[in-house]
Write a protein that binds this ligand. Structure first.
Ligand code: PMV
Length: 393
């Protein structure tokens, strides 16, 4: 079977008003008006995206981002976000070259955040963002400001290799990098666990990108008990990403999750199954049983999509090419290669395999899926700060 990858353009998926998220954002511009003041703290960090094998889908607490179920993921090489954060001493209005009136369009949408955060600036991949994405970053930075006592606006600049908002886990790498850079720039000395708790507040899946390789996010029941931890293994896993569309998805995962939790009659059954799936997946990992891990991962992802499709109205991220890709994975497996599908909040299909077979699986998929971008990703490392604050050891 052959299929073409043309993305959303030809689909008749019902579109909802878009809500831009931070995703693979980079940040440019200046804090505290053009020019800004003295830099109080600065740091940069790099984080990798992760793909869940046992999914996070549904929040128990929307403000703190406490999930309803625990999840398990693989952090990937290649798909990364690099973010730098500078906290800059605010310049009094009269001395600032740029007053509020001349802020970019959309800035006034930032109601409810601290006044200083009105002057945060965000540049993602060379584009200056205001409105929703900047508000989301400012709200996150408010948590860092509150904990550190630094009440200054920030200049955030981010570059990434992950397409934004396409269900390729861009918000995971974006908020893991932002959390690490902002915490370091603000002088917070956080353990990895506490950094994962902080990253979680930006985007749930970001807490897993704090760590490399296989990672478990313990759902917990409050801010303290909901964090990620690495899962020790010597399995050499790989994920092949079949890009059906790198375009922004029509409905954010936040809204899709909420609709699923509140309207899908299948959702309670999936959460129960997911707890068992996690248990069995961890057991398969401890026995180095790739086949079992693949079967459980595929079933867990399909179950999650069943909850979406049964939401009212339905949430359908799949495109015709997604289904063609799912069949292609099945065919490749029938030919004897280790390959199991998983999908997130978007039309793209990811394939779990191991490093040894990854290139062969990718080649077999290429033959069947004409025009799709197919990339192999091996396990990647956790977040790391790449520049340090003055005075750091
Ligand atoms: O962290 P969010 O809000 O981007 O949600 C991620 C949800 C899924 O990608 C669909 C599943 C997961 O566990 O990553």
């Amino acid at each position: 079977m052959q299929a073409r990858c043309d993305g959303y353009a030809d689909s008749d998926i019902a579109r909802e008003p878009r809500e831009r998220t931070v995703g693979s954002v980079g940040f440019v511009g200046s804090a505290g008006g053009k020019g800004g003041g003295r830099v109080l703290g600065a740091a940069s960090a790099t984080a990798h995206a992760n793909i869940a094998l046992i999914k996070y889908w549904g929040k128990a607490d929307e403000r703190l981002i406490i999930p309803r179920t625990s999840s398990l993921s693989l952090t990937l090489d290649g798909l990364e976000t690099h973010t730098s954060v500078e906290f800059v001493e605010p310049v009094p209005e009269s001395e600032s070259e740029t007053g509020l009136e001349s802020e970019p369009a959309g800035t006034h949408a930032l109601q409810g955040t601290m006044r200083d955060t009105l002057r945060d600036t965000l540049t993602i991949d060379g584009r200056v963002y205001s409105g929703g994405p900047l508000a989301r970053v400012s709200r996150f930075l408010d948590i860092v400001r509150e904990r550190s006592g630094i009440h200054a606006p920030a200049r955030v600049i981010s570059r990434n290799t992950v397409p934004f908002g396409a269900g390729l886990a861009s918000s995971a790498s974006a908020f893991a990098a932002l959390a690490a850079a902002a915490a370091r720039a603000a002088g917070l000395d956080l353990s990895d666990r506490d950094l994962s708790r902080l990253a979680r507040r930006g985007s749930g899946s970001a807490c897993r990108s704090v760590f490399g390789g296989l990672v478990q996010w313990h759902a917990g029941h409050d801010d303290l008990t909901s964090y990620a931890d690495p899962v020790a293994t010597d399995m050499k896993l790989a994920i092949i990403v079949i890009t059906i569309s790198a375009g922004e998805k029509p409905l954010s995962s936040r809204l899709a999750m909420r609709r699923t939790v509140t309207t899908s009659p299948l959702y309670p059954a999936w959460t129960r199954a997911s707890e068992r799936d996690l248990h069995e997946a961890l057991d398969a990992i401890s026995r180095r049983d790739l086949r079992r891990l693949g079967e459980i991962s595929e079933a867990n992802a399909m179950g999650m999509h069943a909850t979406m499709i049964s939401a009212r109205p339905p949430v359908i991220y799949w495109l015709p090419q997604s289904i063609a890709a799912l069949h292609a994975v099945e065919e490749v497996r029938a030919d004897g290669l280790p390959a199991w599908s998983t999908m997130d909040a978007g039309p793209n299909v990811k394939v779990l395999t191991d490093s040894e077979h990854a290139e062969r699986v990718a080649g077999a998929l290429h033959e069947r899926l004409v025009g799709c971008e197919i990339q192999v990703h091996h396990a990647g490392t956790g977040v790391r700060c790449t520049t340090r604050n003055k005075g750091d050891r």
